[in-house]
Write a protein that binds this ligand. Structure first.
Ligand code: ZN
Length: 328
């Protein structure tokens, strides 16, 4: 028996859900910096983010850099740049982007960074099951284990879309060696005080302004896992602004497996999802879990959603299936 499992039972609730922009702000992998991104609109509304691993227990002044959706055209350059500064990062790759970019994979590993799994095609895992779900993880795992055979094996669900059913299915096969899903504390939402790189580029926010917003969010939270997307060229430029400023301010850069929640999950493996996993939906609009068939009006888009089998589904103010209703 492999010791590691998705440590679903070990971690705190994510501070974010589909009912807020904060946790749905992941982007589809793409090379065009100027494209408006964010996946299909319905997927952003159907996400469950519960019991994911976060970085809010890191010591003050410590962050962990994570990059998603690559490798991209400048991933090798970014990995080298970070290596030269002795700063570790984790690259959550999509296997579909690897052909033609093996050099970037090699640079990540040889530079002392970590490769991690963000699925093969960036599909929403809470909408997958069976062989499709297995292949989403296993196909990218084949790339990772070749380059980084001794692990650790870390997973981040695309869009942060994760629930007990997905964890349970993956725990039922040999992908249970993965620990996840690993969420983020910083970089999930573009607002007047926080940033998300893909949203910056989609909304023509300048690299300098986006960097300032990231720095503002970091300085406010003082710790955490930072989400960025190395598939975007502008993000690489932005990292080169953010990192020197963090260094100047005395910030330390932790390796992701040393983030307390991740470290515990790696060490304590073998814990199955709790029986109730997947049967509640976390809403950051109200800041709490919502029970099965509870209905919430989203702050994000003012639409109604109902918690059904652990996932948000479109609803309405007149939905008779709602056992409770939380209007805005
Ligand atoms: Zn992603």
């Amino acid at each position: 028996m492999l010791a590691r499992r998705f440590a679903l039972a070990l971690v705190a609730l994510a501070a974010c859900s589909p009912l807020a922009a904060g946790c749905v702000s992941e982007t589809e992998a793409q090379d065009d910096d100027d494209s408006v991104v964010g996946g299909d609109s319905t997927s952003e509304d159907a996400i469950v983010s519960e019991r994911q691993l976060m970085g809010n227990e890191l010591p003050q002044g410590t962050v962990a850099l994570t990059f998603d959706d690559g490798p991209g055209g400048r991933t090798a350059e970014l990995a080298e740049w970070l290596t030269a500064r002795n700063i570790p990062a984790t690259f959550f790759i999509n296997g579909k982007n690897v052909p033609g970019r093996q050099g970037a994979i090699d640079k990540i590993v040889s530079g002392g960074h970590l490769l991690a799994n963000h699925t093969q095609n960036h599909d929403q895992m809470t909408r997958q099951s069976g062989n499709a779900l297995y292949r989403a993880v296993a196909d990218t795992d084949a790339i990772i284990k070749q380059a980084q055979p001794s692990g650790p094996f870390l997973l981040r669900a695309p869009y942060g879309a994760w629930n007990g059913r997905v964890a349970g299915e993956l725990n039922g096969g040999d992908m249970k060696k993965y620990v996840g899903s690993i969420f983020w504390d910083i970089g999930g939402d573009l607002t007047s005080t926080t940033a998300a790189d893909w949203a910056c580029w989609g909304q023509r926010v300048s690299v300098e302004r986006c960097a300032d917003l990231y720095l503002n969010e970091i300085q406010t939270k003082k710790r955490g896992i930072i989400l960025m997307h190395d598939v975007h060229n502008k993000t690489v430029d932005m990292v080169k602004i953010i990192v020197p400023k963090l260094e100047r301010d005395g910030y330390k850069f932790a390796k992701l497996p040393d983030v307390p929640s991740v470290k515990r999950a790696i060490a304590a493996g073998g814990t199955p999802p709790p029986p109730s996993a997947g049967k509640t939906c976390f809403s950051s609009t109200i800041g709490a879990n919502v029970a099965e068939n509870g209905c919430v009006q989203s702050r994000r888009d003012q639409k109604w959603y109902r918690c059904e089998d652990g996932e948000w589904t479109a609803s309405s103010a007149t939905d008779a299936k709602c056992t409770s209703k939380k209007p805005l």
